[in-house]
Design a protein around this ligand. Structure first.
Ligand code: RP5
Length: 159
């Protein structure tokens, strides 16, 4: 059974979903993915959420991005919203962040499918020590990269 369900408001959101998929694959977390629009197919959103056995949802949407909030309205499991950047940028960001009291959505930055997946893995790691140790390794990998980048910048600058 999937641990994370990714729902996109449109197929056009797939490039953002791909970032989440890459992280979930890296951590060996089972996931499923579907397209369901809060405005165009509200009943499908409800069916998908209520029929899902996943522990965490990642909802990806742009423009008037109601999808993460709609997903949250059908479950008490954590929902991570990913605003997709369009021409206006702030529209989707504010739509995801500005939830009314009582129905929270954890919002990540514009197009940050990767961060949504990392946050999902962090939530799952609360009950999974193996996942937690992989997260610690991932942090070390990032730190090593910063140090390597710094050394390269210094070398390239001829300091
Ligand atoms: C939103 O509207 C979708 O999540 C997408 O980001 C945006 C545009 O959708 P399409 O017109 O590409 O289907 O509902």
């Amino acid at each position: 059974m999937s641990k994370v369900s990714i729902i996109m408001g449109s197929k056009s959101d797939f490039p953002v979903a791909e970032k989440a998929i890459a992280i979930l694959k890296k951590f060996g977390v089972r996931y499923d993915i579907a397209v369901a629009s809060a405005h165009r197919t509200p009943g499908r959103v409800e069916d998908l959420v209520k029929g899902s056995g996943s522990d965490v949802f990642i909802a990806i949407a742009g423009m008037s991005a109601a999808l993460p909030g709609a997903v949250a309205s059908f479950t008490v499991r954590p929902v991570i919203g990913v605003p997709v950047s369009g021409t206006m940028k702030l529209d989707s960001l504010l739509s995801v962040v500005q939830m009314p009291p009582g129905i929270p959505v954890a919002a990540v930055g514009l197009d940050r499918g990767d961060n949504a997946a990392i946050l999902a893995v962090e939530i799952l790691s609360l009950q999974d020590p193996e996942l937690r140790s992989r997260l610690c390794e991932y942090r070390l990998e990032q730190a090593d990269k910063v140090i390597a980048d710094s050394e390269k910048v210094v070398a390239d600058a001829g300091c």
